[in-house]
Design a protein around this ligand. Structure first.
Ligand code: GLY
Length: 399
């Protein structure tokens, strides 16, 4: 049972309803610009990967050791789908071997981000090309994620030593990791994966989502009893604010779990979280890094949060009733945000020297890491959103 939450009215409902949608030609131009950047970056990032965030808008190479590597491989698969050019497929296949080695040797996999790592890389490889190595490695990654399930509290522990009091918590980001478990059930027919995913999803909806439809970043449970304890931020501004990217992980995570569960309560949660997000975006649409901030607060944007939210709105568009008064507004909002990202945040239109795709993301405000920089997830979800628009939202999900 998922709790009911408040659904704020969408302030710009009428405005968004009447937004001029991007044309196919505008989307194609944006995709072509992104493809040029990806093509130029490919030689450097075939045997190595871009790090999580750029420095001065330029990514440096790293090994396959971070939670973010999967986004670059996902970008290569999207580039392959869009262009049909074998060079992207070959590079992505080289990287699938690297993910296999990583999960086999358990290199930096003691955390919940198995979905971010293995879905856009190995699941995509299997879905697009039948790559059996990708499939096997993604199933191993699903097992690794499943091993983090805590009976007491019914959730997948995000980080740290399993069971440790200081890390006995889930985080909202994990809604994007659990599609790996649903996929694993589809291919293995073993329901243990989807069972854990659904338990985690229900626990998340009932805790990390507040009653006003905003989100905590993380939520603690009592390790002895499993009782919910408290919401605490790690990357947001404060425990009571709503970190923009966390809210966006909810906006996309809910439709992704709806696909597999068809639980109608998720649609209400989605509307609440999406309205909360859109109502706190500035006039020019791109979210500040924490939704507590507006245009006059001297804070920076997180373009990646907006790209993630667009993918969520486009995905949920498939499941909203044709007569739903919010349906057209969400579609308009997703186009309005993308128009702004393409014009003023894409490197293709704004920074010829960058090897990333999307400017003005934030990795971590508290540690001042990746401030006003590209980050690989922002790049990936920008590209995914473009592919969704280019294919009239018929792009087949990796998630
Ligand atoms: N999942 C970690 C982040 O969004 O920064």
């Amino acid at each position: 049972m998922i709790k009911s939450i408040a659904i704020e009215p969408l302030k710009k409902q009428e405005y968004y309803k009447n937004v001029t949608l991007l044309t196919k030609e505008e989307v194609k131009q944006a995709l072509d610009g992104a493809i040029q950047k990806i093509s130029d970056a490919l030689p450097m990032f075939t045997d190595k990967f871009p790090g999580p965030n750029s420095f001065g808008h330029v990514y440096e190479p790293i090994e396959n050791v971070d939670w973010t590597n999967g986004f670059w491989t996902g970008i290569l698969w999207l580039a392959y789908e869009y262009t049909g050019d074998e060079k992207y497929r070959k590079a992505a296949e080289i990287q699938v071997v690297s993910y296999t080695d990583r999960i086999d040797r358990k290199i930096e996999v003691d955390h919940h981000d198995m979905g971010f790592l293995y879905t856009p890389s190995c699941v995509a490889a299997y879905k697009l090309t039948g790559n059996e190595m990708g499939k096997d490695s993604a199933i191993k990654a699903a097992n690794q994620l499943a091993s983090r399930f805590q009976e007491k509290g019914q959730f997948l522990q995000a980080w740290g030593e399993l069971g440790a009091e200081e890390n006995y918590r889930l985080i909202i980001d994990c809604l994007l990791n659990i599609p790996l478990l649903y996929w694993a059930t589809e291919v293995t027919k073993d329901e243990k994966y989807s069972d854990l995913a659904t338990k985690h999803m229900v626990s998340s909806c009932n805790t990390v989502v507040r009653d006003d439809a905003s989100a905590y970043h993380t939520f603690y449970f009592d390790s002895k009893t499993g009782a919910p304890v408290k919401g605490v931020t790690r990357q947001g501004y404060s425990d009571t604010s709503s970190w923009a990217r966390g809210q966006a992980w909810g906006v996309y995570g809910l439709p992704l779990t709806y696909i597999y569960t068809k639980n109608p309560q998720l649609i209400d949660l989605y509307k609440g979280m999406t309205n909360y997000f859109l109502n706190r975006c500035p006039e020019d649409e791109v979210a500040y890094w924490d939704l507590i901030f507006g245009a006059n607060d001297g804070h920076v944007r997180d373009s990646s949060a907006s790209a993630i939210a667009v993918c969520g709105m486009l995905e949920m568009d498939k499941y909203l009733d044709a007569n739903d008064p919010l349906k057209k507004s969400y579609l308009g909002a997703s186009h309005a945000i993308m128009r702004e990202l393409i014009a003023n945040y894409s490197t293709a239109n704004n920074d010829p020297n960058s090897n990333g795709l999307l400017l003005e993301g934030v990795y971590s405000w508290h540690t001042k890491r990746g401030m006003e920089e590209c980050n690989t997830w922002g790049d990936y979800f920008y590209m995914e959103a473009l592919m969704r628009l280019y294919t009239d939202n018929e792009w087949e999900l990796y998630w």
